[in-house]
Write a protein that binds this ligand. Structure first.
Ligand code: C2G
Length: 137
């Protein structure tokens, strides 16, 4: 009998895809046999941040889906549904960046919860800011 696959689940907006995103996805995948990614919907981002992502949902999903380390992508419609997604996808591990440290500890009754350190000195907001500054030069 083949041993059961270890399923890793992570979430994010992944807007203006950058090396910090690559790092966390590759590290997440190394924790198991399958990596499933919940990509936040445009509406969820608007509700949370008061602005829409630069890259629209369909494009962000295609980018994440094109990565070797990712096995499946779905749309994260609500922040409140994480527990349901963990159960639906039978996740063994939930991975988040440490900007979320402690926020998802209550899911440790459903799966292992792991926070990875964020990659230093890069973020979508900084990239957007740099582009805006350059435009003004
Ligand atoms: N990340 C990272 N290093 C960076 C930037 C981001 O490790 N320099 C990680 C974040 O910690 C997160 C993932 O990359 O785990 C995706 O980042 P965002 O797109 O900013 O995700 P966010 O909007 O925080 O997630 O349920 C959570 C939501 O989906 C929103």
């Amino acid at each position: 009998m083949t041993p059961p696959k270890k399923i890793v689940l992570t979430f994010g907006t992944f807007d203006v895809f950058h090396i910090g995103h690559v790092n966390i996805l590759e590290r997440a995948r190394e924790l198991g046999d399958m990596l499933i990614v919940g990509v936040s919907s445009d509406e969820l981002n608007f509700a949370k941040k008061g602005r829409y992502p630069v890259y629209r949902q369909e494009h962000r999903i295609r980018i994440i889906n094109s990565l070797h380390c990712v096995n499946h992508v779905f749309v994260e419609e609500s922040l409140e549904l994480k527990g349901d997604y963990i159960k639906q996808y039978k996740a063994d591990v939930l991975v988040m960046g440490d900007d979320w440290k402690g926020k998802f500890d209550h899911f440790s009754n459903l799966c292992e919860v792991v926070y990875f350190p964020r990659t230093d000195d890069i973020s979508t907001s900084d990239i957007i800011q740099t582009i805006q500054n350059n435009k003004e030069l």
